[in-house]
Design a protein around this ligand. Structure first.
Ligand SMILES: Cc1cc2nc3c(=O)[nH]c(=O)nc-3n(C[C@H](O)[C@H](O)[C@H](O)COP(=O)(O)O)c2cc1C
Length: 390
């Protein structure tokens, strides 16, 4: 689908750029592949005047009819789509803001590659005046203008976004050179100095993390509401995953499986089976399998913010940094596998901080390494499915 703006003022150049950028941004990762973002393209005259006022244009003429909108300005709004958000655990709220930030940053980089850059970005309690769908919670409004030469090309970024993926398989027995880790931390933190980027690479740190996962990761499967919600994102087949355009298939989670192995996993993971097997220690067996994968990983990544109480805006910004990190890691031949269970429950988060001397809010934990196999791309909704015009 091509994005077309209303007849009042159609800028084909921006519409074309937005269509291409959305296709790249759709590859952004999100918790459970829930894709909880909404994107609004501000097109009507009234909405554009309101957006311009919110962005601080023509502040000397605060009465709205007097607000003149620069003919070359374009406005986009990022929202969290409540209808698509995970909600089983309080920690999912942070994961949703992160996911929206991941998408927003990739979209902005893709638009920049098309020659459009963000000049002003606002976070305001008043963004609702733009008239959003009932389920949308506005997060950011951006004012874009044409820029000079793009810093990266459209095809480079598109290919990088397509190559980035979550790799849940075993990693090569190959350490990550210190210089590579330093470059990753330095270059991806250019947008925010507030985020602490830690790598666990020593034998001792990694062994302690492996034990932590083995001891605690069963919580994922032992929490009935959280597991029911996770299970609702597991699709029965690749075809169903493609048709729904979200969630994951068993192959995405476990790699290629025979028909029998697939059937057994489907039965084992069903919430009813999980409830029956819970008292037998089944969640601990699954945790031990995850710990075995972590043991084979050359590094564990921990991202944190200095304060424990963090607002939505800061989490969106953290998601933006994570996009830069993950894409750069991909470009350097590395893969990631988030392990969120260790930070999704307050008591586990506190223990993890105590164990590794961390303070504030750890918002992302992943193993990091070099892939040992090929992963199929996970499904996505149509890029235009998250778009509304205002
Ligand atoms: C904030 C966040 C948390 C995630 N947590 C987990 C996790 O705990 N376990 C996991 O296997 N994948 C996790 N993922 C990866 C997503 O499931 C993955 O991004 C999504 O399924 C899309 O797949 P892709 O990354 O291969 O494109 C997480 C992703 C994000 C953005």
């Amino acid at each position: 689908m091509t994005v077309r703006r209303s007849v009042q003022r159609e800028d084909l150049s921006f519409s074309t750029a937005l269509t291409a950028a959305m296709a790249t941004a759709a590859r952004a990762p999100s918790s459970h592949n829930s894709q909880p973002w909404g994107l609004a393209y501000v097109v009507s005259d009234l909405a554009r005047r309101r957006a311009a006022a919110l962005c601080g244009d023509n502040l000397s003429q605060p009465d709205l009819p007097g607000v003149r909108v620069d003919i070359d300005a374009e406005f986009l709004l990022l929202a969290a789509d409540r209808a698509r958000e995970l909600a089983a655990l309080p920690a999912h709220h942070a994961e949703m803001q992160l996911s929206c930030g991941l998408y927003w940053r990739l979209l902005q980089r893709a638009l920049a590659a098309e020659g459009w850059i963000v000049r002003t970005e606002v976070v305001s309690a008043d963004l609702g005046v733009l008239g959003l769908p009932a389920d949308w919670r506005p997060l950011r409004l951006a004012r874009l203008e044409r820029a000079g030469t793009p810093t990266e090309t459209r095809t480079q970024l598109r290919d990088l976004a397509a190559a980035r993926h979550t790799d849940r398989g075993p990693y090569l027995d190959k350490p990550i050179p210190v210089g590579v880790a330093d470059t990753l931390a330095r270059r991806s933190s250019q947008t925010s100095q507030r985020i602490d980027i830690r790598f666990l690479t020593s034998e001792d740190d990694r062994s302690r993390f492996v034990r932590f996962v083995a001891r605690h990761a069963g919580r994922d499967f032992a929490h009935p509401a959280a597991w029911r919600e996770t299970h609702s994102f597991i699709r029965r087949s690749e075809t169903e995953a493609r048709e729904r355009g979200d969630g994951f298939s068993l192959e995405h989670l476990f790699g290629p499986l025979s028909a029998t192995a697939m059937l057994l996993r489907r039965i084992a993971l069903a919430p009813i089976t999980m409830r029956l097997l819970r008292p037998t220690g089944f969640p601990r067996i699954l945790a031990a399998q995850l710990a075995a994968l972590v043991r084979q990983s050359p590094a564990v990544l921990l991202l944190s913010l200095p304060e424990a109480a963090v607002g939505d805006d800061e989490l969106v910004a953290a998601g933006q940094l994570l996009t830069d990190f993950w894409l750069l890691a991909t470009d350097m031949g590395l893969v990631l596998h988030p392990i969120s269970v260790v930070i999704q429950h307050d008591d586990l988060h506190a223990r993890l901080c105590a164990e590794f001397g961390l303070a504030g809010l750890v918002f992302f934990v992943a193993r990091l390494g070099y892939s040992a196999h090929h992963c199929p791309p996970s499904p996505r909704r149509s890029p235009a499915a998250s778009l509304r015009t205002l």
